[in-house]
Structures are given as structure tokens and as C-alpha cells.
Write a new protein. Structure first.
Lengths: 591, 180
């Protein structure tokens, strides 16, 4: 035997993977075993520092890791096998890329000598996942593995966070090589995200802010990704300037919903006051958001009279959709700190009383109005009750995608960041249930609720089994209207009310389904029963499927119709058939 | 502004297209070219010409020269999207610097007899194209120059019996003493 046998850094590739996870402080990973990852699973079996959560489908592992990452600010880790294991990860990887969520996905691959031979469970994993990761690697030599794993963690979590993937052939997992702990030289020299904003640009920004008559702050998920300091600084900036603030779907919670300067969410289903403020403002400070098409409405009519300041760590986000006047490339927290420092030293709170009076008039339109009923539960009402009854509790909310997601964003008030996990960019139905699993793993004693729709939740329903196995008491609050509500809403508005395949003819009995999985099923039909049922759900310390039967044909308003600008919103009281037809003029005739 | 029923805002963009030559310095590692090309196809950008080769073997650096077209906003996007890729060191817009030299090499096969053959040879001489292969009924010319010059030469060869063309695509470098 050589000396190397006593070197603790000599180990197999499989052992290196587990060792690297430990070195990066990973406590929990989500995965599913298979032929090409068996050596890694063997290593996991023989240690206790990293806990593995066995999901029922790889997509579930990916979304669970996303929920874990979004609720903690730490990277989520996934381990899956080659072939179908890897292809099932494409959706969560894309989801994480769109929403800038740090994920590290380790995939097994067929042995090196079989790559390219159409071997059993082979696929071109790095080829398939190249467009849906921030970066990915195929490791062909066990002596490169440590470096690649460390770089993977660095790339996922630094700069604009995102998903990365490391593909490890089975022979590399078996081979012995030299491990080293993380070190600076593990990272590409070509990768150096810019953190500090340019001082001249920051001065220009402050000059604009200080002289604003009709300002607005528009914040996004980047503030939350930047960390707790950025949230603190954003709140301080609002306080120091007295400016109104709105946020994207991804940015909810960075500024508290109970804060006096809060306008509500902006965009397609944002509040009237938020969108009007954006449209009529003279200075816009965009922090960590990306002028997404759900936010801007018609681009050539987007906030036509304003000077725009845009803080983003990713230069490619700047001037992509909307041309801005003062771009500042850097980390939100860092740049906000600098802006505050200069503002406090050189400027004083601008007088914007008239602007606030204008905003008060827009607020008075009460754009989130809906007609309550004593006979049937309105979905908005259900979320308001859920919000009221969970107030003061340590609550995390995930969602699926559709009308329920928008109502959750409109009616559930978030006071802190990292409490709201939703699929914003990709809009992945089936995200919420597994994401709730991941959140619950990270916060075992907290109340974790997936606000779901009856259609979305069936896409990843199998993960109820995971929840039961690991005693994760997630609450799946299904707003059951028996439709794919958002699809139906668009069909009503744009496709002559022809409800093509948006009705679920044969829904399962969610109560029995919950029981079949070994969880708890609860049902509510009437508004009068709702509070009691929600309280019961909260008190149960097991996974719950809550079947909340809501008004079947309720639609989500206010709304910016397609091709319209922020000041052309359709408000709930106007949303009768005739007004809707006019608002969508140019589209097909409405029946 | 009328538009068809859609969940997306459909807008006409009226900015005129520009052609730009970009020089991209990358780490020469497996998949790097696929990343660059995938970016262009995935985001709907155009590639007019693409040239790639390792330029500094000890540092494992490759240089990719891309000729692309798009509106000024799209060209900006392309540069930023390239620059944020992990193995990309630098992106330089050679067109924007206005101080760059662009060259392309083409091999042009022409088949013909009599007057056509003489004419092809005479034009080749005028364009400083070299004969690198010849038979009694054909020539292969090697020509170097900017894209316009090569296009012009090929157009002239067409009636004289043009058989086929192989082009390298554009390579570009900045004038003056500085590197990129």
C-alpha cells in the first residue's frame, strides 16, 4: 500500500460529493435514487450529517429544493439519477433560473466509456440543461470533482443566484482521487460578478430622487435574494424619503404589507394605485426587478413621463425591455447602502404631499373589491380569512400557478421576506406542494401552507406521500372551483367564452385522497364553516388537504388587458360583459 | 393599436437593424461553443458569421468572432448575455470601436474552358486571389479580404462557371498597439 491510503483527502468520487455537501454546510438534500447514483446513495447511507428526503418524482425534489432555498436564502440541493432522473429536473431548473433561485443539482451519468452510446438511462444531461442552468459541468476525471463541486456552490449562490448542475458518470463516482476543501482558485477567472455600484451613477440617482415630485420605488425579488441587509436598507430608504413603494410578485415581503407607504403589488393583476403611480410618476427607482412583461403592460406606454433608475446585479437585465436613464450595476444591498448614505448626507426629504393626495384618490377606487356572499365562499374571502387566522403565527406561504396565486398575492399580506414562495417567471403549475415540503424541512416547527388550485395541485400530488413519510405537516389549501381558473378567465375574455378543456370533469375526492395518503382531509362549503375549518387545519399536526369549495366562475381583477397600459386597468366593478368586451377590443368578439 | 387575442403584449418594433462584429474571449473548455450558439438560437438572435479557434493554448483561451444583426437594444442584450456566461472573459464590440480590421478567407472553385477560363484568371489577378489548385478545366482560387470584397468576387465568378465556395467567416482584430 502506498502512503496515499492514509491520506484523508484520498477518497472515491461518491465520497467527495457527500464531503463537499458537508463542507458547504448542507444539512438537507432532496432526491431519488437510481442506477447511476447508487455509489452516492451508498455514501449517504453511511453518514448522518446530511439528511436525505426521498421524494416521489424528481420534479418534486427540484421544487422542494427551491422552497428550501427561497425560505432560507441558502442553496437547495438535489440528487437524481441519469436519463429520466435528469430530464424530470428540467422544469424545476428552468423555474429556478427564471426566478434566480440558487440550486445545486447533482446528476448521475452512465460510465464515461458508454457516454454517446445510447446506453441504458443515458441522456445528454449537460446538453439538455445548458439553457436552463446558470452553468453546468460534466466531470470526466475524479480529480476535477472537488474543484467543480466547490465552483458549483459558488456560482449558484453568488452574483445573480441560479441553478447549476454537476453531471457525474458512475465510473467517476467509483474512482479514487484527491479531495480538497473549498478554495478561491476553484472558480473560473472569467466569473466575477460586480457587487459595488458606480459612484457617479449613485450620485445621479440621488439627485433624481431628491428632486422628485412624483416618485415611486418598484422593488423585486433581487432585494430578497440580496439578503436581510438589503431588506433593512430598502425599508430605511422608504422611511428616509417618504416615497410610495410597490413590488413585483417575487418581491413581496421585502417591504411590509402593513407599512404605510405600501401600494400593493403592481402589474397585470396589481392594484390600481400601484399601476397608476407607476404610470404617472416622474422618478422611478427599480430595485432588483426586471421590467417583466407581466409588470410593464404595453411597453411603449409604460410610465411615459418618468426618469428611471435601475439597480440590478445582472447587466443583461438593464435596458432589456425598458430603456432606463440611470442604470446601476451591483448588488441591491450594497447599492441601496450607498444611495442612502449619499441621500442622508446631501439631500432632504422631498415634499410630495400632493402626490400622496393623488395616490389616496386612486386607493379610494378600492380595486380589490369583490362581492361577498353568505351562500358561497368567494376565493378572495377564503384567502382573507386564511390571512387573518394565521396572523401572528410563524407562517410560510407557497402557491401553485393561476387565479389562486394572484388572489394570494393580492389578499395575503407579507410582513417579512422569505415567507412567500411562488413560481413567478416560469409559472409552473405543481410548484407549491413540493415547495411547501422543502420549506417545512427547513422550518420544521413553522406553519407552512400551500395556497393551491384544484388543477395545479394534481400535477405533483404524489408528494403527499413524501410529506407523510417524513411527518412534514404541510397544509394544502385548495381553492377548488373545478376549473383551470386562469385559463378559463382568458377564454372568457379573449376566446368567445369557448371553455376549451379548462373544466375538470372528474376531480378526485380530496378528503378521501388525503386519507389514502395517510394525511388529513378537511372540506368547507359555506362561508359560515370556513373559520372553523381553517382553525382545525392549523391545529392538526399532520399533512392536510383542505378542499375549499369556492365560487366556480369568479375571475381575478383588477387586470391590465393585453396591449393596454398601466392607466387602462379593468377594475372589478367595471368587469361586466360589455366593459370587458370594450377593454379587449381588437381581440376576438366576446360572446 | 389592434392586436390578436393573446396573453402576451404583441408589439411592432421599428428600430432599424444594425450589423455588428463581436469578439468574444472564452475559456476553451468542452461545451463552450455550444453555450454561445445556444444563447443565439435560444433567444432568437441572428448569426451572420461565426469563427472560432484557440488563440492562446497555454491559457486555454479561444477567440470567437461573431457577426450579428439586430436593433441597437438587441445588440446591447447580446453583449450582456454573452458577458455573463461563466467561461466568457471579455466581449468587445469591434463595430462600436470603429477601429477594427475584418478579414475573411474564401476558396472558390470555378469550372470552365476557353474565354471563361481566361476571364476568371484575369479577375482573380485583379482581386489578388491566388490559384491554389488547377486542372485543365478548373481552378480553385484563394481570396482574402473583407466580406464585401469576397461577395463581389464570387458574384463575378458566377457566370464564369462557379462550382462551390468555402468561407471561413469573419475574423476581426483592433487597430493600434493594444490587445482586447
Amino acid at each position: 500500500m502506498s502512503d496515499k491510503s492514509h491520506d484523508p483527502n484520498q477518497m472515491t468520487g461518491a465520497a467527495m460529493i457527500v464531503r463537499a455537501l458537508i463542507d458547504h454546510g448542507v444539512k438537507d438534500i432532496f432526491g431519488y435514487p437510481g442506477g447511476a447514483v447508487l455509489p452516492i446513495y451508498d455514501e449517504i447511507f453511511q453518514q448522518s450529517e446530511v439528511q436525505h428526503i426521498l421524494v416521489r418524482h424528481e420534479q418534486g425534489a427540484g421544487h422542494a429544493a427551491e422552497g428550501y432555498a427561497r425560505s432560507t436564502g441558502k442553496p437547495g440541493v438535489v440528487l437524481v439519477t441519469s436519463g429520466p432522473g435528469a430530464t424530470n429536473m428540467v422544469t424545476p431548473l428552468t423555474d429556478a433560473l427564471m426566478d434566480s433561485i440558487p440550486l445545486v443539482c447533482i446528476t448521475g451519468q452512465v460510465p464515461t466509456h458508454l457516454i454517446g452510446n445510447d446506453a441504458f438511462q443515458e441522456c445528454d444531461t449537460v446538453g439538455i440543461t445548458r439553457p436552463c442552468t446558470k452553468h453546468n459541468w460534466l466531470v470526466r476525471d475524479v480529480n476535477d470533482l472537488a474543484k467543480v463541486l466547490h465552483e458549483a456552490f459558488y456560482v449558484a449562490t453568488s452574483g445573480r443566484p441560479g441553478p447549476v448542475l454537476v453531471d457525474v458518470p458512475k465510473d467517476v463516482q467509483f474512482a479514487t482521487g484527491t479531495y480538497h476543501p473549498p478554495r478561491k482558485s476553484d472558480v473560473h477567472r472569467s466569473y466575477a460578478p460586480r457587487v459595488k455600484g458606480d459612484a457617479t451613477q449613485i450620485r445621479k440617482a440621488v439627485a433624481l430622487l431628491a428632486h422628485a415630485k412624483r416618485p415611486v420605488i418598484y422593488s423585486g425579488g433581487g432585494v430578497i435574494n440580496s439578503g436581510p441587509e438589503a431588506t433593512k436598507l430598502l425599508r430605511e430608504l422608504v422611511e428616509v424619503t417618504g416615497f410610495p413603494i410597490t413590488s413585483t410578485l417575487m418581491g413581496l415581503g421585502a417591504y411590509p404589507a402593513s407599512g404605510k407607504n405600501w401600494l400593493g403589488m403592481l402589474g397585470m393583476h396589481g392594484t390600481y394605485e400601484a399601476n397608476m403611480t407607476m404610470h404617472d410618476c416622474d422618478v422611478m427607482l427599480c430595485v432588483g426587478a426586471r421590467f417583466d412583461d407581466r409588470i410593464t403592460g404595453r411597453v411603449d406606454a409604460f410610465s411615459p413621463g418618468s426618469k428611471k433608475i435601475h439597480i440590478d446585479i445582472d447587466p443583461s437585465s438593464i435596458n432589456k425591455n425598458i430603456r432606463v436613464d440611470v442604470p446601476i450595476i451591483g448588488d441591491c444591498g450594497n447599492v441601496l447602502g450607498d444611495i442612502l448614505q449619499v441621500f442622508k448626507a446631501e439631500a432632504k426629504k422631498p415634499d410630495i404631499k400632493a402626490w400622496w393626495q393623488q395616490i389616496a384618490q386612486w386607493r379610494a377606487r378600492n380595486s380589490l373589491f369583490y362581492k361577498k356572499s353568505n351562500d358561497v365562499i368567494l376565493p378572495q374571502y377564503a384567502i382573507q380569512r386564511l390571512f387573518e387566522l394565521t396572523r401572528g403565527k410563524d407562517t410560510y406561504i407557497t402557491t401553485e400557478v393561476g387565479q389562486h396565486q394572484m388572489w394570494a398575492a393580492q389578499f395575503f399580506g407579507f410582513e417579512e421576506p422569505h415567507r412567500w414562495m411562488t413560481s413567478g417567471g416560469l409559472g409552473t403549475m405543481g410548484y407549491g406542494l413540493p415547495a411547501a415540503l422543502g420549506v417545512q424541512v427547513a422550518h420544521p416547527d413553522s406553519l407552512v401552507i400551500d395556497i393551491a388550485g384544484d388543477a395545479s395541485v394534481q400535477m405533483t400530488m404524489q408528494e403527499m406521500s413524501t410529506a407523510v413519510q417524513y411527518e412534514l405537516p404541510i397544509k394544502i389549501f385548495i381553492l377548488n372551483n373545478q376549473y383551470m381558473g386562469m385559463v378559463r378567465q382568458w377564454q372568457q375574455l379573449l376566446h368567445g367564452n369557448r371553455l376549451s378543456h379548462s373544466y375538470s370533469e372528474a376531480l378526485p375526492d380530496f378528503v378521501k385522497l388525503a386519507e389514502a395518503y395517510g394525511g388529513v382531509g378537511i372540506q368547507a362549503h359555506k362561508p359560515a364553516d370556513l373559520d372553523g375549518a381553517i382553525k382545525e387545519m392549523i391545529s392538526v399536526k399532520r399533512p392536510v388537504l383542505f378542499d375549499c369549495r369556492v365560487a366556480a366562475l369568479e375571475n381575478c381583477f383588477p387586470m391590465i388587458p393585453s396591449g393596454k397600459a398601466h392607466n387602462e386597468m379593468l377594475l372589478p366593478e367595471q368587469a361586466n360583459d360589455e366593459a370587458t368586451a370594450t377593454a379587449f377590443a381588437g381581440g376576438k368578439a366576446l360572446v | 393599436m389592434n392586436q390578436p387575442a393573446s396573453a402576451y403584449f404583441i408589439e411592432d418594433r421599428h428600430d432599424p437593424n444594425e450589423t455588428h462584429t463581436l469578439a468574444v474571449l472564452v475559456q476553451n473548455e468542452p461545451g463552450v461553443l455550444a453555450r454561445v450558439i445556444g444563447l443565439f438560437s435560444g433567444r432568437g438572435y441572428n448569426i451572420e458569421s461565426l469563427t472560432v479557434s484557440e488563440t492562446e493554448s497555454q491559457k486555454h483561451l479561444s477567440r470567437i468572432t461573431i457577426v450579428t444583426t439586430g436593433t441597437p437594444m438587441v445588440i446591447e442584450q447580446i453583449k450582456h448575455q454573452l458577458d455573463r456566461m461563466i467561461p466568457v472573459y471579455r466581449v468587445v464590440d469591434m463595430t462600436q470601436t470603429k477601429r477594427s480590421i475584418e478579414r475573411e478567407l474564401a476558396m472558390v472553385k470555378v469550372r470552365g474552358e476557353g474565354e471563361h477560363r481566361v476571364e476568371a484568371l484575369r479577375l482573380a489577378d485583379a482581386f489578388r486571389a491566388r490559384v491554389i489548385d488547377a486542372t485543365t478545366e478548373s481552378f480553385v482560387f484563394e481570396i482574402t479580404g473583407n466580406t464585401d470584397k469576397i461577395n463581389q468576387f464570387i458574384d463575378l465568378m458566377r457566370p464564369l462557371g462557379l462550382v462551390e465556395v468555402s468561407r471561413t467567416g469573419v475574423a476581426a482584430i483592433g487597430r493600434g498597439p493594444e490587445g482586447m
